[in-house]
Design a protein around this ligand. Structure first.
Ligand code: SF4
Ligand code: SF4
Length: 412
């Protein structure tokens, strides 16, 4: 059915849309297709629906919206596509186009706004942490069970050989990860300047939700506050992918130069692995690696995680080609049924691999993935926490115990 008013909605690159030859090689890499078996929930189906809308052959109906809104934006399809279809760019454009017609729920808009207010975020998180300890707060699924009371890693130096990007929610909810990264970087002989609350949020979640204008504003702010020529190291896969994409997002020479300064912290450490002491072979624990989509499919930096972890542990693979765990930015809030199904599939695999290998430490280099898996009782550390723990005290792991309250890989 033709609908001229809708054809103006999408303005995607026609060449990118028609690059898809409908071969279907991406289908096994798509979590939503794997869960539903529905072509409209596949990359190929989504591209066909985008093309149909853009050419006026389809209407922007509930089926169309549902197809776009259920995409996890994991980009597993893009990494698998032999034709080079830039699916991330296409779905990002589609999500931005529908953001006016389908505004985000109020609670999510408030949450995204709060991410850009570091002091408010810190104060609110401390209040929640206090209420959690006084047992005065009902369990909220997406919140960690025990938020830290301290939070936020204010810069300890005014200068450093490298900048550690500390972001927004991770800085408040998982400051121990930044501490671990700083300690490991310093083992290599480099000093660390933390970006801190003045720089704040990278805008990854805003971009993911289709709020391009907000994402651009945040990108400009980050670049303006991180002038200089030091490398910018990132310990969150989602933030790292966003910072590396500022050049494309803003399209300015300054943004392109900035993006070239950005590295995932594992990429940086892998280049300096000679400076890291090797752990005693007998003391190496087995570590199950969960690859965040934005590290594996977008940054192609998952090899560096293994290289770095290899210094202190036996790496145990999940062998699922990095299929998305369902966290996907704010996806778990917007599409809880699909997000839970993807998470449960991943949890089942983790438990199976743990039982077969005996490994009961699980790592992920993205806070969204670790918090999402924690809602199913899996305690997840950052890979650098494992390394920092082994360097500080061989045989022990800093930042939590695999048999801690959330229960490690076996969920006890
Ligand atoms: S997106 Fe790529 S892999 Fe998927 S059907 Fe199209 S051409 Fe094939
Ligand atoms: S981005 Fe992920 S969920 Fe979306 S179509 Fe591609 S593989 Fe499927």
């Amino acid at each position: 059915m033709s609908s001229p008013s809708y054809t103006e909605l999408l303005d995607l690159d026609s060449d990118s849309l028609t690059t898809c030859v409908a071969c279907g090689l991406c289908l096994p890499h798509c979590p939503t297709f794997r869960l539903t078996g529905d072509e409209r929930m596949s990359p190929r189906g989504r591209i066909a629906l985008m093309l149909a809308l853009q050419t006026g052959e389809a209407a922007c109906d509930d089926e169309w919206y549902n197809s776009m809104e259920t995409c996890m934006q994991c980009r597993g399809c893009e990494a698998a596509c032999p034709a080079g279809v830039p699916f991330g760019e296409l779905i990002s454009g589609a999500r931005a186009a529908i953001s006016d017609a389908r505004p985000l729920p109020l609670h999510l808009r408030i949450g995204l706004w709060a991410l850009t207010r570091p002091r408010l975020l810190l104060t609110g998180s401390r209040l929640v942490a206090l209420l959690q300890r006084l047992r005065m707060l009902p369990r909220v699924t997406f919140l960690p069970r025990r938020l830290p009371l301290s939070g936020s890693s204010l810069p300890r130096r005014t200068e450093g050989d490298v900048i550690l990007f500390t972001g927004c929610v991770m800085d408040v909810w998982q400051p121990e990860v930044h501490d671990a990264c700083e300690s490991v970087i310093e083992v290599t002989g480099s000093t660390v300047l933390r970006s801190g609350p003045r720089t704040g949020c990278c805008g990854a979640l805003h971009e993911h939700a289709g709020l391009h204008d907000s994402a651009r504003e945040l990108a400009e702010h980050v670049i303006a506050t991180l002038q200089g020529d030091q490398q910018v190291l990132v310990d969150s896969a989602g933030c790292g992918a966003a910072l590396k994409a500022y050049g494309d997002l803003l399209g300015t020479p300054e943004a392109k130069v900035f993006s070239e300064r950005v590295l995932d912290v594992h990429e940086w450490l892998a280049e300096r692995s000679d400076a890291l002491p090797l752990a005693d072979v007998s003391g190496r624990p087995g570590v199950i690696v969960q690859d965040p989509c934005h590290l594996r499919h977008v940054q192609d930096a998952h090899g560096a995680v293994r290289q770095v972890l290899g210094h202190c542990s036996e790496v145990v693979e999940l062998n699922d080609d990095g299929l998305c765990c369902g966290a996907g930015g704010s996806y778990s809030l917007l599409q809880p049924v699909m997000a839970t199904a993807a998470r449960d599939r991943k949890v089942e695999l983790i438990r199976d691999v743990s039982a077969r290998s005996g490994a009961n430490i699980v790592v992920s280099a993205n806070p969204g993935c670790s918090m999402h898996l924690a809602t199913a009782g899996i305690e997840v550390l950052h890979p650098i926490q494992v390394l920092a723990g082994m360097l500080a005290s061989p045989g022990e792991v800093v930042g939590g115990s695999p048999a801690g309250p959330a229960g490690g890989a076996d969920g006890r």
